[in-house]
Write a protein that binds this ligand. Structure first.
Ligand code: APR
Length: 259
């Protein structure tokens, strides 16, 4: 059976991963679309329904927390029902094969960890953690009641998910770790991100300028296509990453034979 173009590209990427000492995946909302969580931009994107400046900036959250929590509650419901899909699982598999050293994710859904990825940098924080802006206490997800919006802590303080809103800095440790990896990796997989939100969008540029092979996985072309990406697999994340993980397994499985 003749192989498709995507299969050929997957084998080329697998070879690059096998040759690399350090490889990283930068993921965005698109990797969780097949888990039922809509992306922000593009067809049926969340930002078509909600204006990000009104619903995702720290000013708007502090101005009108009840309104922003209305949107967060909707997202929270989807995230709680979501399970990792084959794309998350393939990245976890690549890590366990020693061919991927880190996932840097812009997602707040925790699905990489649930799939088994161990080294995950949450660039935009986590929706699974919450904090009281009054007393600073970490609030567990189980404590969160939505009977009254916005949810409040026992001390009366406003509860905020530990996610990065527009206008807030990236957690310092996450930013430093991700940038160091972008500088030192030989391969960066850029999966399911429109690559338009800085500073995460700078990571592929950093990697490229440090000599890494940049592989884009996205059904749509992005700002990286034809400019920064060395390879662009224009299919869904599950299809592409499953093929890549299989091709890596075949290479590693065959590596000892005949030697
Ligand atoms: N597989 C891979 N990619 C997909 C899939 C899929 N099945 N479905 C959609 N995509 C792609 C879209 O084509 C789009 O380019 O995923 C990308 C999602 O882009 P965004 O919605 O912009 O998500 P992201 O890049 O993660 O956004 C960055 O913006 O609003 C903020 O804080 C939010 O972290 C988020 C940041």
């Amino acid at each position: 059976m003749s192989s498709t173009n995507i299969e050929r590209q997957a084998r080329t990427v697998a070879q690059a991963l096998c040759d690399a000492q350090q490889a990283v995946a930068l993921t965005g909302a698109g990797i969780s679309v097949e888990s039922g969580i809509p992306a922000f931009r593009g067809a049926q994107g969340l930002w078509d329904k909600y204006d990000p400046m009104e619903f995702a900036s720290i000013e708007s959250f502090l101005d009108n927390p009840a309104r922003v929590w209305g949107m967060l509650r909707e997202l929270d419901e989807l995230v709680r029902q979501a399970r990792p899909n084959p794309a998350h699982q393939a990245l976890a598999r690549l890590e366990s094969l020693g061919r991927l050293q880190m996932v840097v994710t812009q997602n707040i859904d925790g699905l990489h960890q649930e799939a088994g990825s161990r080294r995950v940098v949450e660039f935009h924080g986590s929706g699974r953690r919450l904090r009281c802006l009054g007393c600073g206490r970490l609030v567990s997800r189980a404590e969160l009641m939505f009977d009254e919006l916005p949810p409040r802590c026992g001390c009366g303080g406003l509860i905020k998910p530990d996610v990065v809103f527009f206008g807030e800095p990236i957690p310092e440790r996450a930013a430093m770790t991700a940038m160091a990896m972008a500088h030192s990796c030989q391969v960066m997989l850029v999966v399911g991100t429109s690559a338009v939100v800085a500073p995460a969008s700078h990571l592929p540029l950093l990697a490229k300028s440090a000599g890494a092979v940049v592989v884009e996985i996205n059904p749509e072309p992005t700002a990286l296509t034809g400019r920064i990406s060395d390879h662009a697999l224009h299919v869904g994340a599950s299809e592409a990453l499953t093929l890549i993980a299989q091709a890596v397994e075949e290479r590693l499985g065959g590596a000892g034979e005949g030697r």
